[in-house]
Design a protein around this ligand. Structure first.
Ligand code: MG
Length: 168
C-alpha cells in the first residue's frame, strides 16, 4: 500500500464555468487556470502521483504547454489512472476536502463522488468528498478562491510489480 497527498488552489475568475471533480457546477463563478481549473481533480491527481512517487501534475501537464490550454481535467485524471495501473497499482480510496466560502458544495457532493469514482475506476464507496468553509479566515475565507486537500491510497495489483516499483 502507498499513501499520497495532494493540494491545489485556484482563484475565482468571473465569466468562467466552475468545474469540480469533473462536474460543471451551475450558477457559480469559475476558477482561473490554464486548463479548465478543476482544482479538485488537480489535487486528486497530485495525491495519486505522490503515492506512486511519479512526480506531480506540473511535470506531467506543464501549464506553459499550449497543448493543455483549456484542457478537460477529467482527461488528465484518466491518463494518470492509466499510468498508475501501468505501474502496477490500483486506486484504493481517495478522501478530499474542498475549502471555500462559495458555492455550497453539499448539493453537488454525490454527483462529484460518482464522477470521480468513474474516472478512478473504483466503487463510489471508495471516494469521499467533503466541503467546508474557512470560517472567513485568510484569503480563502475572504472568498478569493478554492483550496483542496486530498489523500489517496494505492494498492499493489501484483506483489511483483510493487517490488519493482519500490526498487526504482
Ligand atoms: Mg491546479
Amino acid at each position: 500500500m502507498r499513501v499520497g497527498f495532494g493540494y491545489d488552489s485556484h482563484r475565482f475568475e468571473e465569466g468562467r464555468p466552475l468545474y469540480l471533480g469533473g462536474v460543471l457546477i451551475p450558477d457559480a463563478v469559475g476558477l482561473k487556470g490554464h486548463s479548465d481549473a478543476d482544482v479538485l481533480i488537480h489535487a486528486v491527481i497530485d495525491a495519486l502521483l505522490g503515492a506512486a512517487a511519479h512526480g506531480d501534475i506540473g511535470s506531467h501537464f506543464p501549464d506553459a504547454d499550449p497543448q493543455w490550454k483549456g484542457a478537460d481535467s477529467s482527461k488528465l485524471l484518466a491518463a494518470v489512472v492509466d499510468e498508475i495501473h501501468a505501474a502496477g497499482f490500483a486506486v484504493g480510496n481517495v478522501d478530499a476536502t474542498v475549502i471555500c466560502e462559495r458555492p455550497k458544495l453539499r448539493p453537488h457532493v454525490e454527483t462529484i463522488r460518482a464522477r470521480l469514482a468513474e474516472l478512478l475506476q473504483v466503487d463510489v464507496g471508495c471516494v469521499s468528498v467533503k466541503g467546508k468553509t474557512n470560517e472567513k479566515m485568510d484569503d480563502v475565507g475572504a472568498g478569493i478562491g478554492i483550496e483542496v486537500q486530498c489523500v489517496a491510497l494505492l494498492l499493489a495489483r501484483s506483489a511483483n510489480r510493487l517490488t519493482f516499483n519500490l526498487s526504482q
